[in-house]
Design a protein around this ligand. Structure first.
Ligand code: PLP
Ligand code: MN
Length: 369
């Protein structure tokens, strides 16, 4: 007998597990909330597809009002471009000969991609490679600035200015702006503290942008922000673009930090495999289905506590007042960190009230280069 693949119109109760399911009503409400809050400010929204790794979802966000999208890695950009989504900012530095060569080949086909640089050596390597490629056009480039995350980014002040001068001197790089991502603040608990810290990072970013302009550089784009800070970034004069990603689906880590303005819309559907005691059972979702870097996943139904039992298994235990779970029952698990969890799955099964309406591949799954 041929096993039928899940299809549109099926009920999620017919899915094999573990499966990644999306509640469309909630996801659409999250999108509507974001655009309602941010679009009236006139800011560009360039959502980050590091979360979804999906060209279909990137396009849905453009349909809702976004201008382009971001990816973290070059290999994600390759996949998204092949799928037809080409207005992309690659937010990680592109370093090393193999990657630079891949960038040249991607740029040969897709002139709309944007890159960031944070070092002279990085900028010159790309400039040299483009020079040798015979490509006429210069690649749209932003200076990546450290606004407090201390991950990547040139330091503000003199180092940023020196790098801008270098980029300016590179024939094949076209400087258009500055990126400064305040990732260290996204999960800061407390609305007011997050706001104040964010405003400090935004001051570094916008003052640097202004200093570069004063020195004669073309700084049209000032891009920043994530789910936890975009609402503050958009209030700062000089910021032109925000890059939120996780708001579509959320996760427990984000909810614990920023609250429930955006709600959980993505769950890992899991089956109870075994009963290990009166109030503890084993499910088929372990480390290969749910990541644990940001704590353990939660059961969507309150009253059950998840524990990891290895690569393929997890436990759910409960107190007296929770309903007994039995072998064959199903539960929906809420990921603790959405981006790496999605990267563990092949498809999203997007449903409304249990009926699958759309199936989206995780196009850039595993694309970490
Ligand atoms: N921009 C950059 C450069 C990022 O690295 C990230 C996430 O790590 C984001 C934006 C999106 O952040 P979030 O998923 O928290 O909304
Ligand atoms: Mn993340």
């Amino acid at each position: 007998m041929v096993v039928k693949a899940p299809k549109v119109g099926d009920h999620i109760s017919t899915l094999d597990t573990p499966s990644m399911i999306v509640d469309l009503d909630v996801m659409e409400a999250n999108i509507a909330k974001l655009f309602k809050q941010l679009l009236p400010t006139g800011i560009n929204i360039r959502p980050h597809s590091k979360t979804t790794k999906s060209a279909i979802l990137a396009q849905k966000l453009v349909d809702a009002g976004a201008k382009g999208g971001c990816v973290a890695k070059l290999s994600e950009a390759e996949v998204m471009c092949e799928k037809g989504f080409t207005d992309l900012l690659i937010t990680c530095e592109i370093i090393g000969a193999p990657k630079v060569q891949r960038l040249v080949e991607l740029f040969r086909k897709y002139k709309s991609i944007r890159i960031v640089v944070d070092s002279e050596v990085g900028a010159r390597a790309i400039d040299d490679a483009l020079g040798k490629s015979g490509i006429e056009e210069s690649i749209t480039t932003l200076i990546d600035l450290d606004v407090g995350l201390h991950r990547t980014g040139v330091q503000p002040g003199e180092p940023a200015l020196e790098l801008a001068n270098v980029v300016q001197s590179c024939k094949h790089l076209n400087l258009i702006g500055v990126q400064g991502y305040e990732g260290h603040l996204q999960h800061l608990h407390g609305h007011e503290e997050r706001k104040q810290e964010c405003l400090k990072s935004m001051a570094i970013l916008t003052q640097t942008a202004e200093a570069l302009r004063k020195a004669g550089h073309n700084i049209e784009v000032v891009t920043t922000g994530g789910t936890g800070t975009a609402e503050f970034c958009v209030t700062v004069p000089g910021v032109t673009e925000v890059q939120p990603g996780s708001f579509l689906f959320m996760d427990t880590d984000y909810r614990n930090a920023v609250g429930s303005f955006y709600q959980h819309s993505l769950f890992i559907l899991s089956t109870i495999l075994s009963k290990q005691g009166p109030k503890i059972i084993t499910i088929d979702a372990g480390l290969k289905s749910l990541t644990t870097d940001s704590g353990f996943a939660e059961c969507k139904t309150l009253g059950y506590t998840y524990g990891v039992l290895g690569d393929e298994h997890g436990s759910l235990s409960w107190e007296d007042d929770a309903l007994e779970l039995k072998i064959g029952d199903r539960v929906e698990m809420v990921p603790s960190h959405i981006d790496p969890t999605i990267n563990l799955h092949d498809f999203y099964y997007a449903h409304r009230k249990g009926v699958i309406e759309e199936i989206w591949p995780v196009d850039a799954r595993g694309k970490v280069q």
